[in-house]
Ligand binder design. Structure first.
Ligand code: ACM
Length: 281
């Protein structure tokens, strides 16, 4: 049997200083190019990796927001050209009606996709626009890549919709503060038989008299069978890498007679969904 094509995945776990995008981009570069061989097929950076996360006013969000093709796009494009990788990273994106908590997927000079987070977490809801477009599936040289941001993971429908749309790998920029994210994502990988690549940050932010946020690190690459292929430290900036075979995520067969995507019974799940719609109406 012909071996399925391999994909080298790199996850960059940085420790951004709030409001210092140039310094934070330099930290990312230093981490990436400190490797003997920085070439990769996919590189994933955290949510809001260059700005920091704990915004305390709309003014701060507005000042750090960028157009889709601004300095973060240029930076990701440079990383892509130097490594050959599809590069994914999060940033505040200036949209017509406000600022989204977004992410870009970049290959060379091309913006393959941009995404505005659809499930905003906690105080993000005070400052960011809620995304209105479906979670993206991006055609890449290694096949269909799904994309979601941090808190999206706690909505099983999000990753399920990406898996049903054919994604074999999901990039997941994050700023995890809740402790159960890394374990939870193992289940998400298993229940969708898909590779998940979470890039989290480390460090603590304590701004504007708000309770401190401690980011839990533990960036990870999880296989469709729930194996932790690589996991980063909980407090240190770090790079993790792994070589995976995305085609392993194509089959949803877990036993001879059980392909669990084919066996789904959506017509029987509808009563709960219908009830939910009725309650909201
Ligand atoms: C999160 O969505 N940044 C927790």
């Amino acid at each position: 049997m012909e071996a399925s094509p391999t994909l080298r995945v790199t996850v960059i776990q940085n420790s951004p200083q709030f409001g210092a995008p140039e310094k934070n981009r330099r930290e990312v570069e230093d981490l990436l190019f400190s490797q003997k061989d920085p070439s990769a097929g996919l590189i994933v950076l955290p949510e809001l990796f260059a700005t920091g996360y704990q915004f305390v006013s709309q003014d701060e969000v507005d000042k750090l927001a960028e157009p889709e093709k601004g300095p973060t796009f240029d930076f990701l494009s440079t990383l892509s050209k130097k490594t050959g990788a599809v590069v994914v990273g999060g940033l505040p994106i200036q949209r017509e009606k406000g600022v989204s908590n977004g992410a870009l997927v970049v290959l060379g000079d091309r913006l393959l996709a941009s995404y505005d987070k659809i499930h905003l977490f906690d105080r993000e809801r005070d400052f960011f626009l809620e995304g209105q477009s479906p979670l993206p599936i991006v055609e890449t040289p290694f096949g269909p890549l799904g994309l979601m941001i941090c808190f999206d993971w706690l909505f099983p429908e999000a990753l399920r919709s990406l898996a049903l749309s054919g994604a074999t790998v999901v990039a997941h920029p994050a700023n995890w503060v809740l402790p159960f994210g890394p374990q939870g994502m193992i289940l998400r990988s298993v229940e969708n038989r898909i590779f998940t690549v979470t890039a989290n940050r480390v460090g603590v932010e304590e701004r504007g008299g708000l309770p401190p946020l401690r980011y839990i690190g533990e960036s990870q690459i999880i296989s469709p069978k729930g194996e932790v292929i690589a996991r980063a430290h909980s407090t240190r900036p770090e790079i993790i890498t792994a070589t995976i075979h995305p085609a392993e995520a194509l089959s949803k067969k877990v036993a001879d007679k059980s392909d669990f995507f084919e066996q789904r019974r959506p017509e029987l799940y509808n009563s709960a969904l219908t009830a939910e719609k009725r309650q909201r109406a």
